[in-house]
Design a protein around this ligand. Sequence first.
Ligand code: SAH
Length: 361
Amino acid sequence: MQLEITLEGATVVLLGEADASRQALLRFRRAGAAVAHFDSAAAFMAQAGSPAHPALPARPGLVAVVGSLSANGKHHGATNDDGEWAPVVDHYRRAGVPIVREPAAGARGHVTLVGGGPGSRGLLTVDAVEALRAADVVLFDRLAPWRELERLTTAQLVDVGKLPGHHKVPQGEINRLLVEFAKAGSNVVRLKGGDPFVFGRGGEEAAACAEAGVPLRVVSGISSSIAVPAAAGIPVTHREVSHCFTVISGHAPLTASEHEHLAGLGGTIVVLMGVANLPHLASGLRRAGMPLDTPVAVVERGHQAGQRTTVTELGRAEADTSACGNPAVIVIGDVVRLAGGAGRAAEGRGFHDLAASLLTA
Ligand code: SAH
């Protein structure tokens, strides 16, 4: 069931301990409501005397109780006993006022590293959405699903992908900001693209928090290394086609021996941050003996507007991908042939036909 109530100009009676209510208060104010907040039943009685006190509207638009509902439907306030709000809530319920539960705000002085997935709202995890909702400050960059943030959180948003002068914030400065915001008492979310621990420098941010004694939680995300090939219909493994996949960073050029090891594995190679170095990688893999007709796909802006897949072969990858740009995931290996709508599928065969033909080849 989804109820829609317009809160613009309405009075909301918000019941909950001050700290736990801080984000619900912001949410209701942002929705245009006038909020009458009480942080304890005693405060309610002292200020209002009774629910029928003239200082309160007899029928507010909404009553919101901060806390969570346990599995048996019993209400747990963040710091209040279950029963504390019962007389107030019962009064309003009898008056026909809708009652909602609002989640308690996150703990203060805490950092959560959140993997935001490859950029679409649908690939945020439930834990990621909950962490964003409980945050006071969110530090994000442009690989994360940042366009959705205004709708997902009341937190202060800090774009660390760019400074006001359009420069990327250096990693050391991001680490410092995380610690500083947490020490100032905020619940801080660091929202990262994909998974925080896959080339995301999440490990460095975690270390900075540990060093400063700031509690840290990690919410894993859906990594672009798997989800972006999938967006182009490419499975990174497939029975009897590829039984392993190696995820590498294309940021720093590989050595000759690394090219040989990669080529020797015979599985799928997934390259992140690799567009600029693709010519070096392709020539290195050819020198290491990888067949020239090994399929290569470059998937740009996976799961985002403007997603584009370019399919080619190792022998002519440089020329065919010269127009490709970041962000992109490169996939090298026979699984590329399984792509729906790409490669051999472009010849009119669907995924299942392709899989069948590969298996019987
Ligand atoms: N932690 C991230 C990766 C960070 S490195 C993860 O797990 O996905 C950044 C690289 O990820 C980009 O250069 C690009 O190679 C890849 N990437 C991230 N999101 C992408 C997207 N939506 N489309 C294509 N490539 C993406």
